[in-house]
Design a protein around this ligand. Structure first.
Ligand SMILES: [Zn+2]
Length: 219
């Protein structure tokens, strides 16, 4: 019997979406969903094309790095995912991608500033950039977790981004918004110096977005 059937289905669906929306290319990036009741996470396998991945290809792991079910090696960044689920009770899904514009900004090793109010969706006035570490290492997992404190997104220096959410729908939506803001910043910098929204304005936006989700549910 295959474990975490619903999570497998969602990962297959969103893996395709990652490619179709241009948020990653080839086999770059990886996505996971944590099932808090069982303590297992479902994660995409290493090195398979997203459009060929089926539910059977998804790997089920515990948070200590053991494969519970699966015929492939898990994503090489599985530690980055499990460390987040061990430390963040507010999130159950994560997207790691090499999205072009966000990754471009990450090569400057700077925080992405508030060029647009949508930056506030990740929970703060900017998107912090985590210190560089080699891919697939515990060090990278730690740097990413630390720089994402209190937030739902983080740039990984010279590598890509991590975005988390209560569920995959939210993590994916914030990924799209982050990539949009990174592109805005890049384009604005090409023709001038963008005005950055004030800390006060961004605090208000963060607060507004906190209630936005609830308002949607009430409708
Ligand atoms: Zn990566």
């Amino acid at each position: 019997m295959s474990l975490l059937k619903k999570e497998r289905e969602t990962l297959v669906e969103y893996g395709k979406k990652l490619i179709d929306t241009g948020l990653t290319v080839g086999t770059g990036g990886n996505i996971s969903i944590y099932n808090r009741d069982s303590g297992y996470m479902a994660i995409t396998p290493s090195g398979l094309e997203y459009h060929t991945i089926t539910e059977d290809d998804i790997v089920i792991m515990d948070l200590n790095g053991h494969v519970i079910q699966g015929k492939w090696k898990p994503s090489s960044e599985y530690q980055m995912h499990s460390l987040v689920y061990q430390n963040r009770e507010d999130v159950n899904a994560m997207v790691h991608t090499h999205a072009m514009y966000s990754t471009t900004i990450s090569t400057l090793n700077i925080d992405l500033p508030a060029v647009d109010y949508l930056v506030a969706h990740s929970g703060g006035k900017n998107i912090r950039c985590a210190e560089y570490a080699t891919y697939g290492t515990k060090k990278l997992a730690e740097n990413a977790l630390n720089a994402m404190e209190g937030r739902k997104a983080v740039l990984l220096a010279n590598h890509g981004i991590n975005v988390v959410g209560e569920n995959m729908e939210e993590a994916f939506a914030i990924t799209e918004q982050l990539e949009f803001c990174a592109r805005l910043y890049w384009q604005a910098k090409a023709i001038g110096e963008p005005v950055i929204l004030s800390d006060d304005e961004m605090e208000m936006m963060v607060d507004k977005f906190k209630h936005y989700g609830q308002a949607k549910k009430l409708q």
